[in-house]
Design a protein around this ligand. Sequence first.
Ligand SMILES: C[S@@+](CC[C@H](N)C(=O)[O-])C[C@H]1O[C@@H](n2cnc3c(N)ncnc32)[C@H](O)[C@@H]1O
Length: 284
Amino acid sequence: MTIITVSLNEFKELQYFIEKECGIQVGENKKYLIETRLSRILFDLKMTSFTELVNKLKFAPPKELVTKIVDAMTTNETLWFRDSHPWIVFRDIILPRMVTEVPQTRKIRIWSAACSTGQEPYTISMLIKEQHRRGILKAAPERFEIIATDISPSALFLAMSGRYDNISMKRGFVDEWLEYRTRYFKDNERFTEINPELKKIIKFKRFNLLDPFFELGTFDFVLLRNVAIYFSKEFKIELFSKINKSLNTGGMLMLGSSETLLPEIPGFKPSMHNRTTVYLKEAP
Ligand SMILES: C[S@@+](CC[C@H](N)C(=O)[O-])C[C@H]1O[C@@H](n2cnc3c(N)ncnc32)[C@H](O)[C@@H]1O
């Protein structure tokens, strides 16, 4: 399969289309991303130029084609216990706080809002299970519900399978978390499988962050990690306002370790714990 070159005009059309569909901005310095990630789609459709694709996208493009393009343009980079220190804050501060403050009459709801191939929601599930096993967490894992969403069907497929290759299993299990690798995974000849018990409290769902959030319900803790970096400032402002509304009273938000909330985004109060910032929903 050859990589097909994209002209500036074709690039601009595709750039507009991708941002409209999923919010992802592809800068002009990233033209190669369109070429390397979308040439396969052209090849499968027996097209020889990006103009043919652009024309097909102009009038009522087939849904499956749009899904394929968006899927190809997502960056699904992730790892177990990503950045390590936020998970200590989750384990020692956020988890106990939710158990104490969320009314016993309902589940504690956590949203992994761009869960990619599942490492993030499974990391949460492992921490809940392990803290309970150690007798530190006084709530049973069944008291929690983790909603794990992503726009990428191929990433979600892997997440739901709970099966990982050697390369992904080598990423993230630093000394601090090595015990979890041993306790919660089973190695097979071809892959490593997560303990199915951990899946019981997770619901995976394909979801576009551009869409309204009502159908998801409300949450006590939202993780929006390493995804807003791909979006425009306008979209970020709208997105964080929607997240704020979807948080219950006392709800918390966590971003990726290199991300911060724009100062013009209202409704959150940062709370620093060592190197990790937790954003608390402000009372109205
Ligand atoms: C770099 S990964 C981050 C995964 C994980 N949160 C982490 O920090 O390791 C970014 C994810 O955001 C997803 N994504 C991008 N745009 C999205 C959108 N509009 N709606 C939902 N998910 C989106 C991608 O499919 C990708 O899996």
